[in-house]
Design a protein around this ligand. Structure first.
Ligand code: G6P
Length: 587
């Protein structure tokens, strides 16, 4: 959830660190801090706010030195105040630490360290790491041993980078990502390759329970037992770093508009990979699909897409997986869907599925992610970096790929391949509705509650549309199966209600029309998203006519645009909504 970065080389460290943090801000952005070393002295600046704001007020990038560490925070333990921002120093100010994850036993460790005389300056769990390192360094006088002893004491999940005033940079990881960027004369330690991709495309991915130590002329790797290990260097794709807003005012808007290219790109798969993925999928007696947030909505839609192709699957929300994983065995296949490939709930689900003997396949956007590396086979959605915290283009790419896979393995086709050109045209037509939707958002911006109704394949899109509105505009929104309205929620409908109806002229049309009449007679305002004009709607968003099974791919786009414009109308920041982070690596 937080981003961490370390740098050791010939460059001005603080500028490199600030730039890296800016690129990784999607991981968490409530406070930021930097520490460097100059002439054996640790210098530190940190504060509350986004990287650009804090850098403007504290001039983080002016700290001198060629060695440093940095952090952006997404608060879990302790309020959003300067003292809780990282880096954290140990008592003697000779060790500084940045951490991502949660130290579950921090209270016990803190009490123990306080009893030995350590004084804490923050309410965070992370600060214990700095003090533990200091404690063990005093006893052993050896950085490697201090790292090993410290890591062994920590419970929970962590990736941390520690800087010692002897100009040594160290890192360790357990269930959180930590990647080393290898430049010509410099090294980076980062949560994400985006942190260093401007400088180098050579990377070393640390394994779980790895420790790395960077001295003046040496890089060495150990595991938590102190054994030396060797790690391979890989080359990562430069295009993963291509994250720039272009002509758009926000990444979110840019990413929504990119769907004109990204949806079909997800179907360009390597034949061998695809075969392997499909073989594992069809080899399973029981197929389960899991994901979180938007990716869970893809899973819900996948269930319907697969069932239309006569393949039965079950969905399990990743955060609930541990309570139903007993169902899985060696005859099961778990398909995990995740844009980031780092979501803790998803990773945990995959790990428990593996212990039950199940095969794991995944759909990811980041091929170097933990999820991809844990899977027996994976497919990439290839939609490019998604920086906006709320998922948009990754969602449509996931579902296009799921249609594609269902058509390859299923007995009945959804027709995605034969409709590719029509689909692209339809997406472009929907994107052209941007300014009309901006106008509707302006009319709806003061709404307190929004309901989104649809049936069958449209129901997961209702859930996804409601999630987008909640995330971006902070307006309460609920997605519902239209037929469920009469079983309770109708009690909420009055003249202040806004009801968005996904109502294309397909097999769901007639039944949903009856629901619209019921709502209309209670005085609610109706926004109809449909390819058929109807005077019943107070606002109509007209989408093109396409193959009935493929509507989800285009009807989610007006909802994404509406959520984006509602955010702008309500002075939100759609790229970085409050309290949220893009990559949720805590449970
Ligand atoms: C976070 C984000 C959501 C996203 C979810 C799953 O909660 O705020 O927008 O849908 O994580 O992310 P994943 O990377 O696993 O698809």
């Amino acid at each position: 959830m937080c981003s961490i970065i370390g740098y050791k080389g010939n460059e001005h460290a603080s500028s490199v660190l600030v730039e890296g943090l800016r690129k990784m801000e999607y991981r968490g952005y409530d406070s930021v801090g930097i520490a460097t070393i100059k002439s054996g002295k640790l210098l530190i600046r940190k504060g509350v706010g986004k990287v650009a704001e804090v850098n403007k007020s504290l001039r983080l990038d002016e700290l001198p030195g060629n060695l440093g560490i940095g952090h952006t925070r997404w608060a879990t333990h302790g309020g959003i105040v300067d003292s809780n921002a990282h880096p954290h120093l140990a008592c003697k100010s000779t060790i500084a630490v940045v951490h991502n994850g949660i130290i579950e036993n921090y209270n016990e460790l803190k009490n123990e360290l306080c009893r030995s005389g350590h004084e804490f300056k923050s309410e965070t769990d992370s600060e214990v790491i700095a003090h533990l390192l200091e404690e063990y360094f005093e006893i052993t006088g050896d950085i490697r041993l201090s790292m090993i002893f410290t890591c062994k004491r920590l419970q929970g999940s962590f990736a941390f980078v520690a800087m010692f005033n002897s100009s040594t940079l160290c890192g360790a990881r357990y269930d959180e990502p930590l990647i080393i960027g290898v430049g010509n004369d410099d090294y980076f330690l980062s949560s994400d390759i985006l942190g260093f991709l401007n400088y180098t495309d050579r990377a070393i991915f640390l394994d779980n329970r790895d420790i790395v130590i960077l001295n003046d002329n040496d890089i060495s790797f150990f595991n938590f037992d102190g054994d030396r290990v060797s790690r391979r260097m890989t080359q990562v794709a430069w295009e993963l770093g291509d994250a720039d807003k272009g002509k758009y005012s926000h990444f979110t808007l840019k990413e929504i508009h990119e769907q004109r290219y990204t949806i079909v790109k997800s179907m360009q798969q390597d034949k061998k990979n695809l075969e392997k993925f499909c073989d594992i999928l069809t080899g399973g007696k029981n197929i389960y699909i899991t994901g979180s947030g938007t990716s869970y909505h893809s899973a819900l839609l996948a269930k319907q897409i697969f069932s239309k192709s006569k393949i039965h699957v079950e969905t399990i929300m990743s955060s609930e997986f541990q309570y139903s994983s007993d169902m899985l065995d060696e005859n099961s296949v778990l398909l995990a869907i995740s844009q980031s490939g780092e979501t803790a709930d998803v990773i945990q689900s995959v790990k428990s599925a593996k212990t039950m003997g199940a095969k794991v396949i995944s759909i990811v956007n980041i091929p170097t992610s933990s999820l991809a590396r844990l899977s027996d086979s994976y497919l990439e959605v290839k939609c490019g970096p998604e920086i906006g915290v709320a998922a948009t283009k990754s969602f449509t790419s996931q579902i296009a790929l799921l249609y594609y896979v269902a058509d390859i393995i299923g007995r009945k086709s959804n027709g995605i391949l034969s409709s590719k050109d029509i689909l692209v045209k339809a997406v472009i037509q929907v994107l052209e509705l941007d300014s009309q939707i901006e106008g509707i958002a302006d009319q709806l911006k003061h709404s307190k509650d929004v309901y989104i109704l649809g049936r069958s394949l449209h129901f997961p899109i209702c859930l996804e549309g409601a999630l987008k509105i909640k995330e971006l505009s902070y307006i309460h929104a609920e997605g519902m199966a239209a037929g469920e309205l009469k079983h309770g929620p109708l009690a909420l409908i009055d003249t202040n209600s806004i009801v968005i109806v996904l109502h294309p002229d397909d097999s769901t049309y007639g039944d949903t029309l009856s629901n619209i009449h019921t709502i209309k007679s209670r005085g609610a305002k109706i926004v109809g998203i449909s390819n058929k004009k109807d005077a019943l709607y107070d606002y109509q968003i007209t989408i093109p006519t396409i193959n009935e099974s493929l509507y989800p791919l285009i009807e989610v786009i007006p909802l994404q645009l509406l959520a984006y414009h509602l955010s702008i109308c309500n002075n939100g920041n759609p790229d970085y909504p409050r309290n949220l982070a893009k990559s949720v690596t805590v449970k």
